[in-house]
Ligand binder design. Structure first.
Ligand code: ATP
Ligand code: MG
Length: 506
């Protein structure tokens, strides 16, 4: 097999950070090549170099593509050669239709007028290829993330792709959507499309990748060929973090104390479709020191429940009561919920969790500015000290806490959101998909932080689509389906099968 792509000695620096330090990457024609590494290792940056987001001249090293030196000046340049990247954060325009998105900037036109018949026909054919059964006129914001991901791939196919780059395509997808996407990747491979996938889900990497390259701290550590030797997850992890990791979940002394939070008879109605009840009569209890999980499929209502509890940030006509520490609390606004001892780490860090153009420091102190102020005056030195503490505790990779959050890698952004809510010093912390996009080493660190909270007698509610994580961390798991709790399992009784059977039989 010939190499379709060879990146040699790629070095790329940002102010204060050497994101890439002489990275080499060779991708054979027709293979699926996985790029793995810790948060901030440089994976996305390398792919942005490859696709012309960072143009030739802004990095050192050489890219050889399809037998010639490639010096892409921008994205259209690389796209014209069949190199297409689907970024970590999806980039579709929500209020345009699928068809409009597919041909945005590449409109099918006759004599300067958009040819809708042709556009819709082509869209139909592309959607069929990716297995998406939706009319071309559907607005993108009506689609779930899984389907949006398929639209992104259809868009890539509309451009005659030769090398498709997928940056964490399944991070926000449900189990079944992920499987469908991986199947599609294998199909595209059969059709001769070379692919690079970045993922923190090592089981997926094992499933689709022919070759795995590990990057650590901006340098290539190893390249493994699955066709020559079986690639184990343990081996990948060792190369990623630079040491063996015997356990994926840190041990915790399980010792649930007194009842800490009790939610009774919680009902929530849809904010717009006023006849739709989204949450049905939820009763939820959390003891001091307890880690309680909420399992369920996407769309089960877990996020809606959490957000409605957290200052009514979701829903209307909410009824029910919450007690914390045996006293009824007022959680009718976000600031009252915080004052009552609740905190909520959103699953949607980009639009709800962070102020992207603010510094790391300000994002961390945001939910508890009083703690770093005297009267109305903010003490910036104190603020910096707090931010530095969290940078160390959570191992946030950045040259300084004065960096804008937008410049952090995805996983490190997640750690900033987490820091913010830890600093708010809640009694009960609700975590919504807390390890999405987080590397294995950092996951372990986050689990450690959860255990610390538990040891301090705080309560933790953990919503996660990764069942092994719930099983590995929780003392008790509520199973949710269609807006209601359909079962409750203790750690000893819980298993993936039992959770699934509760979901499907109810
Ligand atoms: N535009 C930028 N300005 C400054 N620093 C940046 C910029 N983009 C990336 N970095 C830094 O470069 C390093 C590599 O980031 P990159 O996004 O490539 O990591 P990654 O491997 O994709 O991580 P993740 O798994 O978290 O997505 C990080 O330290 C990041 O903070
Ligand atoms: Mg990345």
């Amino acid at each position: 097999m010939a190499a379709l792509l060879e990146m040699r000695g790629i070095t790329k620096a940002f102010p204060g950070v050497k994101a890439l330090d002489a990275v080499n990457l060779t991708v054979q024609a027709g293979e699926i090549h996985a790029l793995v590494g810790e948060n901030g290792a440089g994976k996305s940056t390398l792919m942005k170099v490859l696709s012309g987001v960072y143009p030739a001249g802004s990095y050192d090293g050489e890219i050889h593509y399809d037998g010639a030196l490639a010096e892409f000046a921008n994205i259209s340049d690389s796209e014209a050669r069949g190199v297409i990247i689907i970024h970590q954060e999806l980039a579709l325009v929500p209020l345009l239709s699928i068809a409009e998105n597919l041909f945005l900037g590449n409109e099918r036109a006759k004599a300067g007028v958009i040819d809708w018949r042709d556009t819709n026909q082509r869209t139909g054919a592309l959607l069929k290829k990716v297995g998406l059964n939706e009319p071309p006129s559907t607005l993108v914001d009506k689609l779930g993330v899984g389907k949006q991901q398929l639209v992104e791939i259809a868009k890539a196919l509309s451009k005659e792709v030769r090398l498709l780059i997928l940056d964490e395509p399944t991070a926000a997808l449900s189990e079944s959507d992920s499987q469908a996407l991986l199947d599609l990747m294998l199909e595209l491979k059969d059709q001769g499309v070379t692919q690079i996938i970045i993922s923190h889900k090592l089981n997926e990497v094992r499933r689709v990748a022919d070759t795995v390259t590990v990057i650590r701290d901006g340098s290539t550590v190893s390249t493994m060929d699955a066709r020559a030797e079986p690639i184990t997850e343990d081996r990948i992890v060792r190369d990623m973090v630079g040491r063996d990791m015997a356990h994926r979940y840190p041990a915790r002394e399980r010792r649930a104390g007194d009842l800490l939070m009790e939610v009774k008879g919680w009902n929530v109605w849809h904010p717009l479709h006023t006849d739709r009840q989204v949450i049905h009569d939820i009763n939820l209890a959390v003891r001091a020191g307890e880690v309680v999980g909420i399992a369920g499929l996407m769309g089960a209502g877990r996020t809606e429940l959490a957000m409605s509890l957290f200052g009514r940030s979701y829903g209307r006509a909410i009824t029910g009561s919450i007690e914390i520490g045996g006293k009824p609390v007022d959680v009718s606004t976000v600031s009252r919920a915080i004052a009552a001892g609740l905190a909520y780490v959103t699953e949607d860090r980009k639009s709800l969790g962070l102020i992207l153009d603010e510094t790391i420091q300000r994002n961390i102190t945001l939910a508890n500015l009083d703690a770093v102020s005297r009267g109305q005056v903010l003490n910036e030195t104190a603020e910096t000290r707090v931010a530095e503490d969290y940078r160390k505790a959570l191992n946030i990779r950045t040259p300084s806490v004065f960096q804008q959050v937008v410049n952090l890698s995805g996983g490190n952004q997640q750690k900033v959101v987490l820091s913010k809510w830890l600093f708010a010093r809640p009694e009960v912390l609700i975590l919504d998909e807390p390890t999405r996009g987080i590397d294995v080493g950092a996951k372990f660190e986050i689990y450690g932080i959860i255990n610390d909270l538990s040891a301090q007698g705080k309560g933790v509610v953990m919503i996660s689509s990764e069942m092994p994580e719930l099983l590995g961390m929780c003392d008790r798991i509520y199973v949710m389906n269609e807006g209601a709790f359909v079962g409750e399992l203790s750690a000893e009784d819980a298993s993936q099968e039992r959770i699934m059977s509760l979901i499907v039989t109810e």
